[in-house]
Each structure stands twice: as C-alpha cells, then as structure tokens.
Design a protein around this ligand. Structure first.
Ligand code: FES
Length: 576
C-alpha cells in the first residue's frame, strides 16, 4: 500500500544500482527517448493496461478507448503511460480461457509492481480479463480504476433480434435437432456478433462489468454503454480523469474493495441473474483481499434477492437495452435497501452519494421494481449433498422449473473425449428423464475448469423435441447458457471427489428447493468403488501446466493459485 511519504511518479520503484540518483537519471534519460519533457515527467504517472489483441474482438475498440483515457488523464494533469499485458479472448484460448486467468492476473500484478505509476487504468471486457485485472490489482495494492470495453451490438436474423452468445447456443441446438438447415445456421453465424465488444447478453463479461461497477471500481454508469458508442468513449475519458484524482488522493484499491463492496457485488450478481462464473471470480478477488466466500451465506442472501434485470439468458433483452434503461445506477437504486450505501467508490464518494447524483428513474421494462421481479429469488442457488460435499451451484433463473425437483438415472461420461464419442450415438442408452453426468472437467481435470458443463443434449433426444435435461459436472458453464445444469461440483472428480465414483445407472436426486444434490448410493459402496478404482491426479512435467496443476485451488476457493491468495484470511463474506 502507498504511504504518504512514498516516492511518486518516475521516482517510484527505482532499479537499485546502489545509487538512487543514478537510477532516476537513467530512467529519465530512457523515457525521454519517447520525446517526453521534464515538465511531463513531473506529473502523476497513470499506467494504462493495453489489452488489445487480434485474438480478442471483444477488445476491438482498444485504440479508441486508449485515446479517450489518455485524453482524460491529460485534461486532469496526469501523464498517461500505456503498457501491454496478456489479453484473453474467450473463443481463442485453449484448453480454456480460465486456464490463463491466473496467468493474466500475475502479469497484471507484477507489471503494476515493476513499473513506476501512481495509479492504473485497467481496461478489460472479455470474460476472464476483468477478474484477472481486479485480482492482480487487488494484490498489487495501487490506486486502480476499471474501464470496461463495453458490449457488442445486437444483430438481426430473419426479423429476430439475436446476440452472442445465448442465441449461438439456441440456434446450434436447433441445428443439432435438425430444425434448421446448413444455410440458415451459416446465415445466423454472420449476425451473432455484429460489432466489436463483449457478448451482448448477461454472460460472464456483462456480469463482471456490472460487478466491477457494484464494487465501486468503475465510474458511475461505466458498466453498460456498448463498445462502439460515444457514451463508452465519454466513460473512457472520465475514467482517465478519475485515475488522476485517485493517484493524487492515494485512494488505494483496498479502500474500495472491502467487505462491504464485495457484499454489494454479490447482491448485484444475484439480482442481475448473472453468470455462475462470477462466483468463482468474486471468490478469487475476495481471497486476494483476505476474505473467504461463505457459500451458505451467499445462498441465504440469494433467497432474499430477486432477479430484477430482464436480460438473456434469464430474461428477454440485451445489454444495449439495459444501458438504455438506465444501467447500473437504475438497478442499484432498486436494490438500495439491500446495499451498503456507505461503501466507497473510485470517485471518492460513497455508493449512496453516487446514487443521489444519478439520473432520475423513468418508465422502462428492462430493470424491474422489487415488487415485480423476473424471478422471486436470486439467480444462483448453492447445493450440497454427498455428491458435492464442498458445494455445487445451479443457475435456477435459467433452469426449467419442472426439472428443479427431479430424481433420475445417471448416464455417465468419463470426460470430454468420451462425451464427444458417445453423446450422439444412436446406441446411447439414454431417456429424457435421465441425468447426464460429466466427469473430469474441474480445475485440475481438463485442466482449467472449461465451460463444458452445458453438456449437449443427445442428438436422438433433441430430435424428439427434448429441450432440457438435468446435467451435472465439476466444470463451469458459459454465462450465456441456460438449462437445468448443476456446476462446480466440489471436490472435483480428478482429485477423487465423490463425482469420480458415480456409475451408469446410479440414482441421483436434485432438489433446488432443499438445496440438495444427492447420489443415492451408500457411503460403504462409494468407499468400495474408491478402493477398486483409485483416482490418479493429473500431473505435468514442466512449465505453466505444472504450476497450474500443483497449485490451483478448487471452485470454492476461486480456482486461484494457492500462493496468490492473501497469506492470512481475515474474515468471511457475505455476513448475511
Ligand atoms: Fe468475449 Fe463473450 S467472447 S465476452
């Protein structure tokens, strides 16, 4: 954490040659190579993470954002210095973007530590980038502000509004069920992503954007303007200006990311019907600050937090409509009685003070009043039982109500290869009332806990018109997906969790009402199976994969590396 007497600007973190004067002399000589004057070098230095990449169209407006942020910084009397970090594009990172989130957080943390800056603007958008940046910045401890790249626009397919990626899955499901032909699926492929920016539904990217604002880490209203709008550029300019303020006031990130702001973020996650991935990310961010997430308390919080935002996949609209309806300030106003209004934000004002300054409410149909919710409880429920002693989750707001109390026969797939080989086989012994179980897609299993928990429906059932089945795995699912899908089963199968020992034909009971996920097999039988077929944990000989497999934690600890969490835990959130 920065102390008042700490050196600022270019004097920060000098390379030690045993002569501080020489270090500064050398540093100034080199940065003057960029054409900067001594006058410029006396200003507060604001680092800006440039996460543009040809592999990341969700950050495709990076050049314009950088220009606007730099303008805001200069207008406020700071010196902008942009620098690159890793960028993770969801569809381009194998084995899964989650495998790289911690690497990006380490890159971000160490670049913030290594380079002289008084504050940093973190520019992120695509799913894993914002959590990685918040995790890294939380550990580095500088004054920091988040800028979201913004959502993409929606497209239009044969008169219907479409957007990535809930509609990607819906149309692909229709294609698999042979309801639409190759020409139509090719046509819709051209419409799903009509501009740069992040997915246009309440997927992980939009969820993390809303969470960043709820945490107080963005300027007010910073979550929702689409990527290609002038409003997004004004947010970027304003972000640059506020970055100079937080540098001057030494408003370090630990003053914004607190127990209270974490609780506000959880409340918002539940009220937006947000992505299940955000639980893992919030757990990791909290872990960097020394807080454990209490899943039972989160579930209790969920029971008293209605879903108010009518966006796909839980509802009907898209991010641009959320923005037009007033965005996060409008939602936060609805949630006011449930929030910590005294939580500080990057503006230096509290959340409550910001809400006082927000535009007045108006009639719209995207953000509902608490008296007329989309769904009476929070979007996510936490399950327990002998199949998931460390917990599992289900996005109840995107599930089929008819399947939420269900008992069925397990149809088991041992991993992704097994799934790919057999799911569409005409010989697969599967009925609509069965429960599909997929193993080995947890943090260590795949590795990286891919978003493969949205197990495709067997083609032969899809053709019969089956639209949903109970599906269970230790993996994650895209925030844009929907269905009665149990995720994050902990401990995972690859380290010998009970899921490893489920066999074809076992009975499984899901009760969302009771918050239960039960494998109807005795403890003795499970112990016998564990002895008969012991699990060998995945290993790697070298490199990042070795680091990953030896240090990654389970879903209930945020899938962070164990050595990156705060050395000591100082509390649990939420307190509900
Ligand atoms: Fe980047 Fe969806 S692929 S946000």
């Amino acid at each position: 954490m920065t102390k008042p007497e700490d050196p600022a600007g270019m004097r920060k973190g000098l390379v030690n040659y045993g002569d501080a004067g020489f270090s500064l002399f050398l540093r100034k000589a080199f940065i003057k190579g960029s054409g900067l004057t001594d006058n410029a070098l006396e200003r507060p230095v604001i680092g800006i993470t440039d996460t543009g990449s040809g592999y990341n169209p969700c950050h495709g407006n990076m050049p314009q954002l950088l220009e606007a942020v730099q303008r805001g910084i200069m207008l406020a009397g700071g010196l902008p210095v942009k620098f690159p970090t890793i960028s993770i594009g969801e569809s381009f990172a194998a084995p899964t973007s989650m495998y790289l989130r911690n690497l990006m957080s380490m890159d971000t943390e160490e670049m913030l530590r290594a380079q002289p800056m008084d504050a940093v603007v973190l520019i992120g958008g695509c799913d894993k980038t914002v959590p990685a940046q918040l995790m890294g910045a939380a550990s580095a401890g500088l004054p920091a502000i988040q800028l979201i790249t913004g959502s993409m626009l929606t497209g239009s397919h044969r008169g219907e509004t479409v957007g990535a990626c809930t509609d990607c899955r819906r149309y692909w499901g229709k294609f698999r069920a042979e309801e639409i032909d190759a020409q139509e699926i090719a046509d819709v492929n051209n419409q799903l992503v009509p501009s740069v920016g992040t997915c246009s539904v309440m997927g992980t990217a939009s969820t993390m954007a809303c969470i960043a604002e709820a945490l107080g880490m963005t300027v007010p209203g910073g979550a929702s303007p689409p990527a290609v709008t002038s409003a997004r550029m004004r947010v970027a300019e304003q972000t640059g200006t506020v970055a100079v303020q937080i540098a001057k006031n030494r408003l370090t990130i630990d003053k914004v990311l607190t127990e209270k702001s974490l609780e506000n973020a959880m409340r918002v996650l539940l009220a937006i019907g947000g992505s299940t991935n955000a639980i893992v990310h919030l757990t990791a961010i909290a872990g960097r600050l020394g807080f454990e997430v209490d899943l039972q308390a989160l579930d209790r919080m969920g029971r008293e937090t209605p879903v108010l935002v009518d966006l796909k996949p839980s509802g009907a609209h898209y991010m641009e409509h959320f923005d037009a309806a007033g965005g996060m300030p409008a939602l936060l106003r609805e949630l006011k009685p449930l929030l910590h209004l005294d939580a500080l934000t990057v503006t230096g004002r509290t959340l409550g003070e910001e809400l006082e300054r927000a535009a007045p409410p108006f009639k719209q149909d995207v953000i509902r009043p608490r008296t007329d919710p989309i769904y009476p409880q929070g979007g996510i429920a936490v399950l327990r039982g002998n199949l998931a002693p460390g917990g599992a989750i289900i996005k109840q707001s995107a599930a089929d109500p008819k399947l939420m109390e269900h008992e069925g026969r397990a149809v088991v797939f041992e991993g992704l290869e097994d799934l790919a080989e057999r799911i569409d086989s005409e010989d697969l012994d599967v009925k609509p009332e069965d429960i599909l179980v997929l193993k080995n897609i947890g943090p260590k299993g795949a590795p990286g806990m891919p978003e493969a928990g949205y197990i495709p429906l067997p083609r032969k059932l899809a053709r019969q018109g089956v639209k949903d089945m109970v599906r269970i795995s230790d993996g994650r699912m895209s925030g844009t997906a929907f269905g009665t899908i149990v995720l994050h089963v902990t401990p995972e199968s690859a380290i010998g969790g009970p899921l490893a020992h489920v066999r074809n034909g076992d009975r499984i009971r899901l009760s969302v009402e009771q918050r239960e996920i039960a494998l109807l097999v005795t403890d003795e039988e499970l112990a016998r199976r564990a002895k008969e077929q012991p699990v060998t944990e995945p290993r790697a000989e070298r490199g990042y994969r070795k680091l990953f497999l030896t240090t990654v934690t389970q879903a209930d600890k945020g899938v962070d590396f164990d050595f990156l969490a705060a050395p000591e835990m100082r509390g649990r959130v939420p307190k509900a």
